[in-house]
Design a binder for this molecule. Sequence first.
Ligand code: ADP
Ligand code: G6P
Length: 471
Amino acid sequence: MTARRTYDFVIAANRLPVDRVVTDDGEVEWQRSPGGLVTAMESVMRGREAAWVGWSGQADEAPEPFLENDLLLVPIELTAQEVASYYEGHSNDSLWPIYHDVIVPATFRRRWAAAYEKVNRRFAQKCAEVAAPGATVWIHDYQLQLVPRMLRVLRPDVRIGWFNHIPFPPVELFAQLPMRHTILKGLLGADFLGFQRPADAENFLRACRRLLGAKTKGDVVDVPDTDRRVRAAGVPISIDAAGLSELAQTDGVQARAAEIREQLGNPKTILLGVDRLDYTKGIRHRMKAFGELLTDGRLDPADTMLVQVASPSRERVAAYRELRHQVERTVGNINGAHSPIGSTAVTYMHRSFPREEMAALYCVADVMLVTPLRDGMNLVAKEYVTCHDGPGALVLSEFTGAANELKQAFRCNPHDIEALKHTILAAIDAPEAERTKRMRALRRQVARNDVQRWASNYLDALKYAPDKPPA
Ligand code: ADP
Ligand code: G6P
């Protein structure tokens, strides 16, 4: 009944907001999908009448479109081979490393690139089917960079936006991609391109000039061989600050936070890391700094502990498997060398938790360690300052988009292990009044610039781009 209906507002992302999971007893369950894109977009889409086109998270499954409240979820089928080539291959082994400073080497395969084009076309076709005349179609992230142009060919009547949740690389790195021209042309099919930071938009504009010979004026590109113009600008994403703050203040979450502290043996200082287990997140650098602080005797494992939550991610990609081994070996080494009887220096959890449990962890953490080597935004940093009411401290890598906004954090360069150790100690030892003041300012910053404001800024920019100035 719903399949034939068309929508004025359509979004497309590689994943649907929920993942299809078959439990051990053969039952099908839908669980929340991992990652910051879903965290942000789920809040934005709640209560809107719209369609969300995306993959169900399972190979060879094409469930019928289904309604979740007012949102029509439209599954896109990926074969097992496409999961390996389009998703694990081109998206996460070619593009992801190039877009994150080549922290690990990128691998290029022609058949992965071909699968990427094929799957992008499938997304474009599905968007074209569900979009009403004159609809707004909002496409998300690096997995779908060819969709804007493909969709424009199919449906010149719709307004097309694209937002990149990850960094956009400097042209010197971007130029390595065999598909570089196709990607730029693909993106230029949109009316408005949003990036996490102005610097990402500038990287894109420079790539258009250097690789396509396009003319740019300010943040607008003249699309070569057409009379079209496309605007590219920084619109930093955020979280549902009010909703999360409310959740964190509930009796249940507060009681759970107290219980966690108790279960950890009431240490003086709890340090917390929360990340997808990704090499971009700087987890090894963080562990190294913490381990050395224990070895140097500058932290005492009897009163300071690190809780590291690492959610499973992309486990069939070799670099992710290798990272998991390294992190787990390091946790074992630190605990072997330093854990007192009856407790552990590092509490490591490799699984996902409900939102309530995450909020309780943020409430209980005295110092939050966010140390990515490169990260588009990092919503975890914003979640921590929103949940933690009181004298906390945020250690934040300067290589995150969040560092552009969260100025009162304890800023660090995670590559400089000695400096990172100093920053962690400074965050632990800062006077309570200073910690309270910094956290208050951080919380206000996020509350003022929440995800609802981000979405309305983005959609205004899309509506008025590129000929009319933003309202
Ligand atoms: P990324 O999008 O790269 O994963 P972000 O920090 O922007 O990084 O977003 C991560 C999101 O995933 C946050 O909303 C965070 O709360 C959530 N998250 C991370 N780890 C877990 C976990 N183990 N269980 C539940 N949610 C998690
Ligand atoms: C980041 C990306 C998202 C992605 C998420 C989880 O947030 O920007 O596009 O969905 O990580 O990664 P996964 O590969 O599991 O979808």
